[in-house]
Design a protein around this ligand. Structure first.
Ligand code: PRT
Ligand code: ZN
Length: 283
């Protein structure tokens, strides 16, 4: 039985639960339960504060965990990462009051900076040869300059609206982060096998999210041009339509290139284009 620690309630929780469910793993969860067992995979899920997850996995109390890279790095546990998961993307950034002149990180020499990430920030500043005074606070970091606690802040940013709402301007990216799967370094072989099964499923889910299934009609004369645009996993499926001179083409296309490719497909005569989500994708 694998024991996986995920965040109980916060920004990682919902996406972590969705990923596990999309891996075909069923379990019951409720707000009050701090652990649950899957019904169709040897997996126990623990619900914890995200800050506690790296330590639990480092010490082998949990076999696996899902946590932000920012928390993992700050805890000094980077070596535990086995898989990037592509959600909860954010950055740890330095910000200064909006009206203040700022040219480079050298301007922070001797200034005070409020943060919950002293390790990551300390390493970044040392890397730039800057000595500053760090005020370590555990939350509401963005308020620090306006109440005279610090000259600048270093905190997690995703949309940037919290900085904006507190009269701050983002000036440097200290660290880029996303959710990652982490594992105990000394998993016994039988748990290692289960971990590989879980990773295989997670990769299939993630690959599916990055792709779409596309079905279209095209003049047979355009088939070479359509094939060049839609190489598919191996090759597209091509079937003749009841109308002579036309074919139906089915293939897979990357989500981020989709609109660009669609424009090009239309330019070579494709029509009746259908796009469908893919649930799992195994190459
Ligand atoms: O209770 P627990 O300790 O488990 O949770 P927490 O409050 O420590 O963490 P939580 O749930 O806020 O965040 C969990 C993880 O989500 C973080 O460690 C990051 O890896 C990731 N993440 C992604 C974020 C954000 N986006 C984010 N925007 N974590 C925090 N924020 C906060 C940030 O601190 C700031 O206050 O949101 C605000 C900024 O957001 P924007 O959109 O206004 O820029
Ligand atoms: Zn936390």
């Amino acid at each position: 039985m694998l024991r996986l620690a995920i965040q109980k309630s916060g920004r990682l929780s919902e996406d972590s639960l969705t990923l596990i469910r999309e891996c075909g793993i069923s379990f019951q969860s409720s707000t009050y339960k701090l652990k649950t067992e899957a019904t169709n995979f040897p997996l126990e899920i623990l619900f914890l504060r995200d800050d506690d997850i790296p330590g639990y996995v480092r010490d082998g109390v949990a076999d696996l965990g899902i946590v932000g890279q920012n928390v993992l790095e700050e805890a000094g546990c980077t070596g535990l990462q086995v898989e990037a998961l592509g959600f909860s993307k954010c950055r740890l950034a330095l910000a200064v009051p909006r009206g203040e002149a700022y040219e480079s990180v050298q301007d922070l020499r001797g200034r005070s900076i409020a943060t919950s990430y002293p390790q990551l920030l300390g390493r970044y500043l040392a890397g730039h040869g800057v000595q500053a005074e760090l005020h370590v606070i555990s939350g509401s970091v963005e308020i620090a300059p306006s109440i005279g606690l610090a000259d600048a802040v270093c905190d997690i940013v995703s949309s940037g609206s919290t900085l904006l709402g507190n009269g701050l301007r983002e000036v440097e990216t200290v660290f880029r982060s996303e959710a990652v799967l982490i594992a105990y370094a000394a998993l016994p072989p039988e748990k290692q096998v289960l971990l590989e099964q879980l990773r295989f499923r997670m990769q299939a889910v993630r690959r599916a999210r990055r792709h779409k299934y596309i079905v279209l009609n095209a003049p047979a004369a355009s088939l070479d041009a359509v094939r060049a645009l839609l190489p598919g996993i191996k090759a597209p499926t091509v079937t003749p339509l009841a109308d002579a001179g036309w074919v139906s083409v089915q293939s897979v296309v990357q989500e981020d290139a989709f609109w660009h490719i669609t424009d090009q497909l239309r330019a070579v005569g494709a029509e009746g284009i259908l796009v469908l989500p893919i649930e799992k994708m195994i190459e």
